[in-house]
Design a protein around this ligand. Structure first.
Ligand SMILES: [Zn+2]
Length: 239
């Protein structure tokens, strides 16, 4: 049986009081895509009813980046990297490890119970980065070496296009699924049979400028995901 775990690493731009001083005079940046994934938590909430379990963060990624591994040069931002070592360690203890460990435990619990886990990590991306307009509505990021991840992404794209031919759905765009991130970390912990990790990336322009289209997109993603999961459950029960 397949179980769906939904996560959202960049759901909010909250700064815990102990760290507010880091952003003095530069609070505006928290409202931008650099502070969080605009619309991601909204998208997560609309997909959540389809999932078996879910977990999200509302703390800004400018404190500690939940979608990077310990040791990655961008684990801390320009605001938090100058903190003394003990404060950075405290950020890891209070904000990073509880999140990463909880998600890993959720996967472990299903795996221990003999289930396979589909982990969908929900993100949004800024429509223009460094002056370049990104050419996608939806990105599905996976490890091309993992057959089930590739197959699931292809099936999801096909299902989306059946509903809306104009949608621009791309694989491993705007980032590579094998880049450092939570799903890449989980792949090192769990086998391809235990763990299927996909990052969903949706263009922020709809949430920001086209509310009706945004609503449609959320509905479309949720409907197609629900149908795909049902199909997968049937495959499992008939095999
Ligand atoms: Zn993100």
């Amino acid at each position: 049986m397949l179980r769906l775990l939904l996560t959202c690493e960049h759901g909010g731009n909250t700064v815990p009081p102990a760290y507010e001083a880091l952003f003095n005079g530069q609070e505006d940046i928290l409202q931008t895509h650099r502070g969080y994934d605009i619309g991601a938590l909204d998208l997560y909430q609309s997909l959540r009813p389809v999932a078996d379990v879910g977990f999200y963060s509302e703390t800004t990624r400018l404190l500690v980046e939940l979608n990077r591994s310990i040791g990655h040069p961008k684990l801390f931002s320009e605001f938090s990297s100058m903190l003394p070592e003990k404060d950075r360690q405290r950020l890891l203890r209070q904000h990073y490890l509880p999140y990463r460990e909880e998600v890993e435990q959720m996967v472990q619990d299903f795996v221990s119970a003999g289930r396979q886990v589909l982990h969908l990590s929900v993100h949004t991306f800024t429509p223009v980065l460094d002056g370049e307009e990104r050419q996608a509505d939806i990105g599905l990021l996976y490890d091309p070496k993992r057959k089930q991840e590739r197959a699931f992404s292809r099936e999801w794209k096909a299902a989306l296009l059946r509903q809306d031919k104009k949608l621009l759905v791309r694989f491993n765009y705007p980032y590579l699924g094998i880049a450092d991130g939570l799903t890449s970390y989980m792949r090192r912990k769990f086998t391809a049979d235990q763990y299927v990790g996909i990052e969903l990336e949706v263009n922020q322009k709809y949430q920001e400028h086209h509310p009706e289209r945004w609503h449609q997109l959320k509905q479309l993603l949720s409907d197609t995901l629900k149908v795909l999961l049902l199909e997968k459950q049937e495959e499992f029960s008939s095999s």
